[in-house]
Design a protein around this ligand. Structure first.
Ligand code: ZN
Length: 297
């Protein structure tokens, strides 16, 4: 989708309700609330009826999406306030660090949803490819689901951190010998890599009926070996955030299991610097912007 300027990004938003409309029943002023990637949908299509608003063909994204009410495009969370239909507003648990909750609204649900859909991961062997904003959440959820968690990374420097986040093992994916040892042993793999990479190397890690789900989006098409899938009845899937009901379920799960994203809090004035660091993966693992800094120069 082409960017429409001026743009106000931000779709991992946490704050307090300041005002509610007369028809609002779920929230009152003072409540904690969150807004993720979606602010509207048609409520009538088969996907909406199945609580899968993220797949609605008439959805409105939180920013840079045609605004059905005001015209122009929607503006996101890098702002003092946002007005949203209560159906798309999440209840935020009061026992969690709010800066660490914000990334749950995209990175959290993106990794939670495909693992939940796979089924009961207790005792299963789960791989997480890549340890960034998405990957570190994947590790935390897989651990909380009771899986044996293995992180695939190209950076030996990330090994210690992967173990701290809850991984049982770490595989340096550039080490062919190490990769060979684990071939055919995984039930499920979450692939969070947004750059071009050899997907067949990970399909080969799956055991019979294993599934690898893409949540990262490389710009160039991936080359998939059919034989890698045929032998072992393996499957390759994609997944996109989650519906509103499932996002609420994920937040409640996080409250029960004390899960948040690892964040570094920055003022809005440092956003360009943060972007440069993001490109170099110099963040553990998400930046959270303190929006009160908008008021200072
Ligand atoms: Zn719909």
């Amino acid at each position: 989708m082409p960017t429409v300027y001026p743009i106000v990004p931000g779709h991992e938003i946490v704050g307090r309700v300041t005002k509610v409309g007369s028809g609002v029943t779920k929230f009152k002023p003072g409540d904690l609330a969150g807004v993720g990637c979606l602010v509207d949908s048609d409520h009538t299509c088969p996907n909406c009826q199945d609580d899968l608003e993220q797949l609605c063909p008439n959805q409105t994204l939180t920013f840079n999406s045609p605004d059905k009410h005001l015209g122009g495009v929607t503006y996101g969370g890098y702002s003092e306030r946002i007005v949203v239909d209560e159906h798309f507003v999440l209840r935020v648990p009061t026992n969690l660090d709010l800066a660490g909750v914000a990334p749950l609204l995209c990175a959290g649900i993106t990794t939670y949803s495909p693992m939940r859909r796979w089924g009961n991961l207790k005792g299963k062997k789960v791989g997480v490819v890549g340890l960034g904003g998405l990957g570190h959440m994947g590790v935390k959820f897989a651990r909380a689901f009771g899986a044996h968690v293995v992180v695939f990374t190209t950076s030996p420097g990330k090994k210690e951190d992967a173990l701290r986040l809850g991984a049982d093992e770490v595989i340096i994916s550039s080490n062919a010998e190490e990769m060979k040892k684990y071939a055919g042993t995984f039930n499920f793999i979450l692939d969070t890599i947004a750059a071009d990479h050899d997907i067949n190397a990970y399909i080969n890690m799956l055991g019979r009926d294993g599934n690898i789900t893409l949540v990262g989006a490389p710009q160039t098409p991936l080359q998939v070996s059919a034989f890698a899938l045929l032998f072992g009845r393996k499957s390759l899937s994609g997944s996109l955030i989650g519906g509103i009901a499932e996002t609420q379920e994920m937040l409640d799960f996080c409250a029960e299991n004390n899960i948040t994203s690892d964040v570094e809090i920055i003022p809005i004035q440092k956003v360009n610097e943060a972007y440069e660091r993001l490109l170099k993966s110099h963040v553990k693992y998400r930046f959270s912007i303190d929006m009160s800094s908008l008021k200072s120069e």
